[in-house]
Write a protein that binds this ligand. Structure first.
Ligand code: FAD
Length: 323
């Protein structure tokens, strides 16, 4: 059986793992655990924050079937009241969240042979496939390599290979604040889309996601910046992290006209490559003659469903060629 190494352990890799489970799969990720942008931040004594992926709303019936078949016992519908600029949204929309955190969408599906803190530094073709070199100095080889990593990170690895593929466009940053309050804020509803604010664009009451691992004496929020705010600030993220955290909490407090907050825990996470709103390339790339595949949400859209779309098309193509 030919070896396939998947680079990245996020939603796309989870879909590939489920669909290519008859193949000899190895997964490597530079992060410390499963999920990528579908990660969950677990804080002792506080609970869990979905500081990336917020919820999954399936649009295609095939995606709903995939979730039913592979994840039904790990996810549930996040029921609640949702608002857009203060007005309650009247709709009957499914919003799936993980039972213990949103990396539940990923961690239950990933192939067993998954290693973390393994950052691929370079790829080189050999006579039967690929040599992979990692930042920690280790090396391995594979017949086939699949990149599921964000666009900009793909470019860095692919540029030296001088392949005839065009990866157009770019991904936008986002910052996420994780906030736990000792007393109820009094804010109505589970999620708020906010258009009329230059700093914050989405706030989710994490305590409303019905998770046993949340401290029920606290009220947990995840607060996302606008893309514009992140674009204007990401270059100074490391030096200005604390100031940005306070600026986003102030924007939250002002927006909901709250009194002084009784903060138990606060933190911020910067996603440099969060979204690609306007994909321009094909939905996946598969080059069977050299055993190289590329997939990811950014090839098909900005959502987790686009990761599924891209990865499942690639998996079908691979199943035809790789035995
Ligand atoms: C703040 C935020 C909120 C979001 N909210 C929603 C939402 O509500 N609904 C929705 O549907 N989608 C949402 N999304 C988008 C969703 O999270 C993504 O579409 C999906 O998680 C992408 O999965 P992926 O596997 O394609 O990529 P990723 O999750 O980015 O996985 C790629 C993996 O590759 C790893 N990697 C990168 N470079 C290397 C390297 N050189 N070597 C080894 N590993 C490497 C990374 O560590 C990462 O784990 C959100 C995203 C963000 C950032």
């Amino acid at each position: 059986m030919k070896k396939i190494t998947i680079v990245g352990a996020g939603f796309s890799a989870a879909v590939l793992s489920a669909l290519l489970n008859q193949h000899d799969l190895t997964i490597v990720d530079k992060g410390r655990g499963p999920g990528g942008r579908s990660s969950a931040r677990r804080v002792d004594g506080v609970g869990v924050f979905d500081h990336g992926l917020q919820y999954v709303h399936p649009k295609h019936n095939e995606f709903q079937l995939f979730l039913d078949e592979h994840l039904s016992s790990h996810i549930h519908n996040w029921q609640g009241y949702f608002y857009e600029d203060g007005k309650q949204i009247e709709e009957d929309k499914i919003r799936y969240v993980g039972n213990t955190g949103n990396n539940d969408f990923v961690k239950h599906l990933l192939a067993k042979n998954t290693s973390y803190q393994k950052e691929l530094a370079s790829l080189k073709q050999n006579s039967s496939g690929w040599d992979l070199s990692f930042k920690d100095g280790s090396e391995t080889s594979a017949h086939n390599v699949i990149l599921t990593i964000p666009l900009e990170q793909c470019r860095v690895l692919l540029e030296p290979l001088k392949l005839a593929i065009q990866l157009e466009g770019g991904m936008q940053p986002i910052f996420s604040v994780m906030l736990a309050l000792n007393t109820s804020s009094g804010i109505k509803g589970s999620g708020h889309i906010i258009h009329n604010n230059s700093i914050i664009g989405w706030c989710a009451n994490e305590s409303s996601k019905r998770r046993e691992n949340n401290n029920s004496n606290l009220e947990l929020w995840s607060i996302q910046s606008t893309i514009e705010y992140a674009k204007n600030n990401y270059k100074h993220y490391r030096e200005k992290k604390e100031a940005m955290l306070q600026e986003m909490i102030k924007a939250f407090t002002d927006h909901f006209q709250l009194e002084q907050l009784d903060v138990h825990y606060q933190n911020i996470h910067g996603w440099l490559y969060a979204y690609n709103e306007q994909p321009k390339t094909e939905k996946y790339i598969w080059l069977p003659e050299i055993g190289l595949g590329i997939c990811g949400d950014w090839m098909a859209g900005p959502k987790a469903e686009n990761s599924w779309q891209s990865a499942s098309l690639l998996a079908k193509a691979i199943m035809k060629d790789v035995t």
